[in-house]
Design a protein. Structure first.
Length: 202
């Protein structure tokens, strides 16, 4: 009688095939699961592209051109948040600040525009210094924001700061200085005019 506890090579063949079959089945299962997860991940990334400054900025501009202003504001703000994670000298930060300030001004959201412009002036001081002409130009933008609200005295004071920087850094006869000076003299004329003319100047 054969000892049932003893396995010969002949006896091991079916077991080997069985184990090999299980092993191959597991490999196929892993391959299928990996392929499925890869497909799902691709579809998710396609429908939900990663948040980057370029993506958010593009979405903001597209929404703005479609007059979807709430959507545009959301993406402009998000683009700025992403830009604020970059170096303070990264041009994308400055670009986002300028775009958002202009967006708010166009939408007559003057208080929001003012906040962004003040942030821009802080960046000017850090990157260019307090007497750089770039700061003078942004002071002019802030003056425009005040002027459009009818805050002529505030606009006048800001323009005087802008002119002082431009005259000291570039000279009185420089085209930029002349342009800001024309803005300043026009503002003075409006301040001395009737209230009807002042409203028309906003």
């Amino acid at each position: 009688m054969k000892d049932l506890t003893v396995l010969t090579a002949y006896d091991l063949i079916p077991i080997h095939k069985f184990l090999n079959s299980i092993f191959m089945t597991r490999i196929k299962l892993v391959v299928y699961i990996t392929a499925f997860l890869g497909t799902v991940l691709y579809a998710y990334n396609y429908l939900n592209p990663p948040q980057t400054w370029e993506v958010e900025n593009k979405k903001a501009i597209t929404a703005f051109h479609k007059s979807q202003f709430d959507e545009a504001e959301k993406h402009f703000v998000q683009a700025l948040k992403l830009a604020e994670t970059f170096s303070v000298k990264d041009p994308r930060l400055y670009f986002s600040l300028g775009q958002l300030a202009e967006f708010y001004r166009i939408q007559s959201m003057f208080l929001k525009a003012e906040k962004v412009l003040h942030h821009t002036l802080v960046i000017d001081d850090k990157v260019f210094g307090p007497k750089h002409y770039n700061k003078a130009l942004n002071l002019n933008n802030l003056a425009v924001n005040y002027r459009m609200q009818g805050k002529f005295e505030d606009a006048k004071n800001i323009l005087e700061q802008s002119l002082k920087i431009l005259e000291d850094s570039l000279g009185k006869e420089h085209p930029l200085a002349r342009r800001i000076f024309d803005h300043y003299t026009h503002l003075l004329n409006v301040m001395n005019s009737s209230k009807e003319d002042q409203k028309a100047y906003k």
